[in-house]
Design a protein around this ligand. Sequence first.
Ligand SMILES: O=P(O)(O)OC[C@H](O)CO
Length: 452
Amino acid sequence: CGTNSENTAGEVNVDQATEAASQTAEGSINEGAAPAAETSKEPVKVVWWHSMGGELGKAATQLVTDFNASQQDIVVEEVYQGTYDESLNKMKASMDDKSGPSLIQVYEIGSRFMIDSGAVTPVQQFIDGEGYSLADLEPNIANYYTFDGKQYSMPFNTSNPILYYNKTLFKNAGLDPEKPPATFEEVAEAAKKLTKDGVTGGSFAIYGWFMEQLFANQGADYVDNGNGRTAAATASLVNTDAGVKTLEWWKSLIDNKTMLNLGRKTDDTKKAFIAGQVAMTLDSTASLRGIVDGVGDKFEVGTAFLPKPAASGDGGVVVGGASLWILNNKPEAEQQAAWTFMKYLAEPATQAKWHINTGYFPITTKAYDEQIVKDNLAKYPQFQTAIDQLHATKAMPATQGAVMGVFPEARQLVETAIEEAFSGQKTPKAALDDAAAAITEKIATYNKTVSK
Ligand SMILES: O=P(O)(O)OC[C@H](O)CO
């Protein structure tokens, strides 16, 4: 499999892929693994493909630099491969030869595809091989990344979406800045009051991830078969009540002009929020550091849990972000070195640093004992929201997160449905019915390929 992506070839940046391939320095690894290993002091090279750009990229580079300086046996070379989508597509294109990396960061929704690809060495092998303890892993994170009772990848950057709001604009609108809206209804009311003097109540990017999370927050599954956790999913549930309710609410805010439609990119909604053009936005906790720094002292940034309909049941958020995967077409010594680097990234001190410089919450509970985390939380209480939201989440299939091999494609189909509803081309229900049918068809094709 791995041929199910429609845009694989088109999005591959051949230069970067080739450059990355030349960086794998396979020759030197083979030499290192050969019997002459004792006489050769050549470090093992690990090529890491990631999708951390901008401020996140700088924070990732710092971790690599620190790791390389901490020992002499391994040299990690990081290659920024564009967005999660772009990087995964490049990896798919590299699967037939050895031009891919040793280690790749893949967003959470790519997990099932990675497992089914047969291209990875499950990290469970390394975990079992040396009795590595996962006892301190955040339970929700362990839950998300456990498939068929096994761990295939190592979580690295974990996030959830939160509501960002401008406390100053809340005050100006006569709203209590310490009482952010918690429900869809309250968001609508606040947006109405906030829309004045050139400011619009809010703007949420047309991002499938938000729809996925708004389902979980209502305790609703996104696909059948226990969200694809008890057996392979066979049908999309995006057109069920939770989806229709969400899209009707979102569209009503666009229609009454208390919410701006700025398209699919969170970069654009983030900019509008930082500029004070919109008073509320949804974004990943990974944007927290950038937003807080970008706003500076222009206004006070508030953060709150993701909203849900007043009448919905228990739920919570799904662990977002990405994990790290070891490719199995590289020499053993290189895979082992990749594992060593992964363990370094998972250490409490590394996760603490990563957390305060980004907003991703630590994968290990031990990181909260680090002084820099305590100091950061005292200085920027906003960092607490995502942590609280994670811990307030009820464990259930909806919040464990949906699983399907075609999730990246499904996400895009949902984004198209949202656009169709906003433009009035289709009603929210009709747009979601069509998306569900298209996703279900893709799932069927995928399942046939995988079971072959
Ligand atoms: O932007 P991130 O890294 O928080 O990831 C968000 C989503 O989980 C990606 O699928």
